[in-house]
Design a protein around this ligand. Structure first.
Ligand SMILES: [Zn+2]
Length: 428
């Protein structure tokens, strides 16, 4: 049997070419640089407001938020005045992992927004709640060594039994060696003391944000590698959110001249945090690429770009925007890189949108595009011979009529999840 071409999607919240391009030029993102040479590059027009759950769900469905139903960081519980974190059973449109999963085609998804509770697929899903799993309770469990108290919540992963396997790969703040942040910033003695004292993320403490988002990304990196090795799915997608948060909190140290009141000593010590985070992501990319051959497809994308917050330190800034020196409020483009045998080499295309990812993935797999999708196939990224052989076709919809039948479900990680969103200014 012919070996199937595998597809790897590396999804980075808030990644921007403005930072990646110079890092590639200086040779510190070698994995990305190699893929750039063999792929098609684009800026990715985003949606406004630039809120991650709705955009990542639009990326996954090809549909606008009003159609897919995941409209913000907190969404209304149908038929009530309450709100909830957006869960997968609120989504009213099929995602690419639903559409492509079949008895002959396996998929694996790690960490993607609004994938809890994990849906049934041929393959696996490690949901976006998996790394927040009841850490404090878990800590008690470990100390009590009473396994009966430590039964995992259902639906953190699909299959449910996968949770037990990835749990050792999930990192927790209480066991984290703070000196590891020395790869991103120059830590002073006071920094280490403060880092030890942080029990959660705080929007006022940039190092606490760096610490926690690095831990979250490490959890998905490690559990993703475990699941990828075990399942070797035909399509694998991993989502990492850390760089967006680091950009929000550390931009002023990278470009201190653009902001009032940045102490030069801190600019010196924290000024490389963002760049170093991209370098870390390039290393992670390299680890995942170790499972692929040069004939496979690699797709790298972000939901929106990121830039300096021009209101920072002015009277115009309010709430979180007094604290955040990096922003994506005005919809800077995200990134897209498509590489593999079907895509053009070294090409740059324009006019790509976050809505186009799923239609393009379907065309790549010879599947019809849903007429209810708002995006288009990025035909300019394909070699012409591929599209001649595989003309784009359409189907009325890929989404079952009864999708989005919401049933309340909790993972136990909601408090920490909300705390992270609060520290990033997304919810009050
Ligand atoms: Zn953000």
């Amino acid at each position: 049997m012919e070996k199937k071409t595998k597809t790897f999607i590396f999804a980075i919240d808030g990644a921007t070419w403005d930072i990646i391009d110079p890092l590639i030029d200086s040779g510190v993102m070698p994995n990305m640089a190699a893929l750039m040479k063999k792929g098609t590059k684009a800026g990715l027009t985003t949606l406004t407001p630039t809120e991650s759950p709705q955009i990542w769900t639009s990326i996954a469905t090809g549909a606008r938020p009003e159609k897919h139903g995941i409209e913000s960081f907190m969404v209304k519980v149908p038929g009530t005045d309450k709100t909830t974190l957006p869960t997968s059973n609120l989504r009213r449109k099929s995602a690419f992992w639903n559409i492509l999963s079949s008895p002959d085609y396996s998929v694996g998804v790690v960490g993607w927004w609004s994938t809890f509770p994990a849906e049934r697929v041929n393959g696996f899903i490690i949901s976006d709640h998996a790394n927040y799993y009841k850490k404090e309770i878990l800590k008690d469990c470990l100390e009590l060594t009473d396994n009966a108290l430590c039964a995992p919540e259902p639906k953190e992963t699909f299959p449910e039994s996968l949770y037990r396997e990835i749990e050792p790969h999930i990192r927790y703040a209480y066991e984290f060696d703070n000196s590891r942040l020395g790869r991103f910033v120059q830590l002073g003695g006071e920094d280490l003391k403060r880092l030890t004292a942080y029990s959660t993320l705080s929007r006022d403490e940039c190092l606490s944000v760096l610490k926690y988002v690095y831990i979250y990304d490490e959890s998905f990196r490690r559990s993703g590698l475990h699941a990828l090795k075990k399942f070797q799915p035909d399509l694998f997608a991993v989502f990492l959110a850390g760089v967006d948060a680091v950009e929000h909190h550390f931009w002023k140290f990278m470009e201190p001249g653009k902001f009032p009141g940045v102490p030069s000593e801190l600019a010196e010590r924290y000024g490389k945090a963002i760049e170093n985070y991209y370098i870390y992501l390039d290393e992670v990319l390299g680890e995942f690429l170790g499972f692929y051959s040069s004939g496979d497809r690699v797709i790298i994308l972000s939901d929106h770009g990121h830039g300096p917050n021009v209101d920072y330190g002015t009277n115009r800034a309010s709430g979180y925007w007094k604290i955040a020196s990096g922003t994506h409020e005005h919809g800077p483009d995200g990134i897209l890189l498509l590489s593999g045998p079907e895509f053009r080499e070294g090409a740059v295309i324009s006019g790509a949108s976050v809505l186009d990812i799923t239609p393009t993935l379907l065309a790549l797999h010879g599947k019809p595009v849903g007429e209810d999708m708002d995006g288009k196939v990025l035909s300019g990224a394909f070699k012409s011979a591929f599209l001649e052989k595989n003309p784009v076709s359409t189907i009325e919809t890929h989404s079952p009529k009864d999708m989005g039948n919401y049933v309340p479900v909790e993972s136990g990680g909601e408090d920490e999840y909300k705390n992270k969103l609060r520290a990033l200014g997304y919810i009050e």
